[in-house]
Ligand binder design. Structure first.
Ligand SMILES: O=C(O)CCC(=O)C(=O)O
Length: 312
């Protein structure tokens, strides 16, 4: 019975109905793309079939011309210049020791005062940006915002944070786009921040350079589109298995992001990535992922076919 309710689109629509403030911006966008939808309606890639707007592309020329670009080391500049080819960029020493320590202390305080809980296998603290100004400020760092603005060719609005403290995600390879999707595609960007040194034994992120150029594997790629009333029947494991199979079809190199405290990795909406095993459990794995949506896109969750609740 619970499974049935979880698949029933109506249950999400009722929830959405009471979130008008955070969803009403979509109505204007639905109109723009000629979709007959209310702010509370379900939405998925199926709704956009037949619309031919081109995907959002990073604007690297504009980024290189922006004075902010000169702030970075030549290695970081080279990395940013290659974003279109490889789907990621590394900026070493982006955040200072003080900035990182402030976020770590803020997270400790939130845990101690029980304002946040570890979820998803006791590994992830979700949305600390809504509980701590210090954490939120990191996402709205002025130079970072300028970089992201060029990479999503629009305004990057901070949607979500995920903090890891004791354990890494150990998550199988995936693309964020199944979870956080935009129309037009490509309006999501991830920023992963090392809040301490991350080495091979405390669960570094892995990623596949160039994988962002593969097709966007959405519900239709694993037969999970569902019906007008119900979400698809497939499990998340079916998605992961599909991605594992796709990886066998393409010869892509896997890389690990071993990082120093303050380094950041920025990834494209469709870059395949995940978390390595956290082998040495005597080490913590302090890190934070920030996900940003491009403001003028329709932002939604393909897997649950829900519009994204945006807290501007
Ligand atoms: O930090 C990690 O291990 C990976 C996190 C991740 O894959 C994500 O947030 O999309």
């Amino acid at each position: 019975m619970i499974e049935f309710i979880k698949r029933l689109k109506l249950s999400y629509q009722v929830y959405n109905f009471f979130k008008k403030k955070d969803l009403k911006h979509n109505e204007k966008l639905y109109q723009k793309y000629g979709l007959n939808k209310k702010y509370y309606s379900s939405v998925s890639s199926k709704d956009f079939e037949g619309l031919n707007n081109s995907n959002i592309e990073p604007n690297i020329d504009q980024l290189v011309a922006d004075p902010v670009f000169q702030k970075f080391s030549s290695a970081s500049q080279e990395s940013l210049k290659q974003f279109n080819e490889v789907g990621y960029a590394v900026i070493k020493d982006y955040f200072t020791e003080e900035q990182v320590d402030a976020v770590n202390s803020a997270i400790d305080e939130l845990i101690e005062s029980q304002q946040v809980k570890f979820r998803y296998g006791n590994k992830k603290i979700m949305f600390a940006i809504h509980k701590s100004e210090t954490v939120r400020k990191m996402g709205y760092d002025e130079s970072l915002q300028k970089v992201l603005h060029h990479l999503v060719d629009g305004e990057a609005v901070l949607f979500q944070s995920i903090n890891f403290v004791h354990e890494g995600s150990e998550q199988k390879t995936h693309s964020d786009t199944l979870h956080m999707t935009t129309y037009p595609l490509g309006g999501l960007i991830g920023v992963w921040i090392a809040l301490e040194d991350i080495e091979a034994d405390n669960g570094p992120v892995h990623y596949y350079p160039g994988s962002h150029k593969l097709p966007y594997f959405l519900n239709s790629a694993f037969d999970n589109e569902g019906t007008s009333m119900m979400l698809g029947k497939k499990k998340y494991g079916d998605y992961e298995a599909m991605i594992e199979n796709k990886l066998k079809d393409y010869s892509l190199e896997k890389k690990l992001f071993t990082a120093k405290k303050g380094d950041i990795l920025i990834w494209h909406a469709n870059l395949l990535h995940g978390g390595e095993a956290h082998i040495n459990k005597s080490k913590t794995r302090k890190s934070m992922v920030l996900h940003f949506f491009e403001r003028d896109s329709i932002c939604y969750h393909e897997v649950t076919q829900r519009p994204a609740i945006m807290k501007y």
